[in-house]
Design a protein around this ligand. Structure first.
Ligand code: NAD
Ligand code: UFG
Length: 346
């Protein structure tokens, strides 16, 4: 009789956040033992109970800050962690322009402290949450990973700086296996309706705003720019279902293992997008169909710093990770609405 090997253990920093919580479920389903760390700056402890309700399994959770090197090192050693997915960080573009130092401290300082703790604990498999924002103004579309990088705000610069740090680190010691995943626009929610994107206050991002307009909690959506040179004049983005994105992390972690595509390469950047661009008004119409509710909108001036259009060239992810986005815009809207409705029911 053969004995199955014990599950590998992965630490998710920022694991109670929007993308981290969905990835926790996907990794659990794929057979990983998942440990969560979060300082609760932008998440609620209630998410932990929801993960446990969905899976019926406990998730070890540490309330800690990634900048606390000693605390992180103790978790890595105490839990026997073999790989880390680093979601923890702040992500509001406007806030990053108003207070850049706090963004460099939390995002860049947090990544450096975490990597030091990992080296001390001899853990060298690392997946990083990067962003399509590192490409800046498109020189061509779709963005492939060879597109020049040029961040256009402090938030984007933190992502770019961290990618550069990771590249230097991988070059300094070939025991590291590092994947920087450049996400496009994650939206949608888990099928249970129990976890999703639930920002505090008035949402900055399109989908959470649309959800609250459909629910009657906000009156009208302002469409920022209706005169762009795009299919209908409104901004175009590559929306990716958060469950597809979560599965992309499972694929990346598996590809980092010895003998697999990324197992041979100390550092890779990979786009996680669908490859398809949708306009603001296409998303609004899809949401109206999925929710069977009107989403009133009005034309508003362009938002400072917005690009008219961008979307991913996703073929590197397909080749290296054997992963591609599968879920439709309709599924993104329907799952967002199911989450919104569950929240309203309390
Ligand atoms: P989120 O805010 O929901 O999750 C981030 C989590 O990290 C939160 O739970 C927060 O409490 C925690 N956190 C923040 N600083 C921390 C610290 N110093 N120590 C410990 N925990 C800390 O955001 P998200 O949308 O899930 O994003 C996850 C990652 O993906 C972020 O790094 C973000 O920059 C990146 N990203 C997000 C998007 C997007 O549109 N959502 C797009 C591209 C990249
Ligand atoms: N939009 C509106 N009205 C709103 C909110 C957004 O019309 O109330 C429009 C924007 O102008 C844009 C589109 O909807 O055309 C998407 O905007 P989001 O704010 O949802 O997303 P962004 O593309 O601006 O940025 C997001 C994240 C960034 C990340 C980037 C990665 O917020 O952190 O995706 O591609 F870097």
């Amino acid at each position: 009789m053969s004995i199955a090997p014990p599950p590998k253990t992965v630490l998710l920093t920022g694991g109670l956040g929007y993308i981290g919580s969905h990835t926790a479920l996907a990794l659990h389903e794929a057979g990983w033992r998942v440990v969560l760390l979060d300082n609760l700056a932008n998440a609620s402890r209630a998410v932990l109970g929801r993960l446990e309700a969905i899976t019926g399994a406990p998730f070890p959770f540490y309330e800690a800050d990634v900048r606390d090197r000693a605390a992180v090192e103790a978790v890595l050693k105490g839990e026997g962690v073999q790989a880390v997915v680093h979601f923890a960080g702040a992500k509001a573009v406007g806030e990053s322009s108003a207070d850049p130092l706090s963004y460099f401290d939390n995002n860049v300082g947090g990544a450096v402290a975490l990597l030091q703790a990992m080296a001390a604990a001899n853990v060298r498999q690392f997946v990083f949450s990067s962003s399509a924002t590192v490409y800046g103004t498109p020189k061509y579309l779709p963005y492939d990973e060879a597109h020049p990088t040029a961040a256009i705000n402090p938030y984007g610069r933190t992502k770019l700086h961290i990618e550069e740090i990771l590249q230097d680190l991988a070059a300094s010691d070939d025991r590291w296996r590092i994947a920087a995943l450049r996400y496009f626009n994650p939206v949608g929610a888990h099928d249970s309706g129990l976890i999703g994107d639930d920002p505090n206050g008035i949402p900055n991002n399109l989908m959470p705003y649309v959800m609250r307009v459909a629910a009657g909690q906000l009156e009208v959506l302002s469409v920022f720019g209706t005169d762009y040179d795009t299919k209908d004049g409104t901004g175009v983005r590559d929306y990716i279902h958060v469950v597809d994105l979560a599965e992309g992390h499972v694929a990346a972690l598996e590809a980092l293992q010895p003998g697999r595509a990324l197992g041979e390469s100390p550092f890779e950047v990979v786009n996680l997008g669908s490859g398809v661009g949708h306009s603001v008004l296409e998303l609004v119409k899809a949401f109206e169909r999925a929710s069977n509710r009107p989403v009133p909108w009005k034309a508003a001036p362009r938002r400072a710093g917005d690009l008219p259009e961008y979307f991913a060239e996703p073929s590197k992810a397909k080749a290296l990770l054997k992963w591609e986005a599968k879920r439709s815009l309709e599924a993104m809207c329907a799952s967002s609405w199911a989450f919104q409705s569950r929240q309203a029911e309390g």
